[in-house]
Design a protein around this ligand. Structure first.
Ligand code: HEC
Length: 158
């Protein structure tokens, strides 16, 4: 009886050891797997230029440039246009957010530089616009450079 008990005890011990061993082997295997498929293959793909189009440094630079341009455009807008225009509600002139989608760029630039000239020349869009606003006059901005107008239009993009 006593020996059967001892045998049982030993068997349980052996089973426990086997279980512990397999858990340890599994852990070791997982760690090795992680190490071999970890960051290093990504890095080598990067070196081959596979992920370069999402280079965070380049993205940050582009973002910073856009941000600076929008800030510059906003300043020009506030100083020259905001007395008559808001972004999303009509004041004296129409709301201007997204106006770049409403007209051709060339036309928009001509309009901003000298809307009255376009109207006198009989440009149909300009004449219709002027009639819609009962002949209210938007001043000419001949002093604004192309770059400055570009910046304002960039700021007005949706
Ligand atoms: C003194 C008021 C006034 C100022 C300042 C002014 N605008 Fe205007 N703007 C108008 C009026 C009024 C209209 C409507 C058309 C008309 O009657 O000339 C208009 C129309 C426009 C339109 C056509 C919008 C549409 O939806 O059809 C654009 C674009 C525009 N203005 C851009 C500008 C920009 C950019 C500036 C600043 C550089 C500016 N305006 C400054 C009064 C003004």
């Amino acid at each position: 009886m006593e020996s059967v008990k001892l045998e049982l005890h030993l068997t349980i011990k052996r089973l426990e050891t086997a279980l512990l061993c397999s858990v340890l082997t599994f852990l070791l295997f997982t760690i090795l797997l992680c190490l071999s498929f970890g960051p290093s293959p990504m890095k080598s793909s990067n070196e081959q230029g596979l992920f370069t189009d999402s280079d965070p440094k380049l993205e940050m630079t582009a973002f910073k440039e856009d941000y600076d341009r929008a800030i510059y455009g906003e300043k020009l807008f506030v100083n020259n246009c905001a007395s008559c225009h808001a972004l999303s509600k009509e004041i004296i002139g129409p709301a201007l957010l997204g106006v770049d989608k409403k007209y051709e760029e060339v036309w928009l630039k001509k309009w901003i530089k000298n809307s009255q000239q376009l109207i006198t020349e009989g440009d149909p869009i300009a004449v219709a616009l002027s009639n819609e606003y009962n002949g209210k006059i938007m001043p000419a901005f001949t002093t604004l450079s192309n770059d400055e107008i570009d910046a304002i239009l960039f700021y007005l993009k949706k």
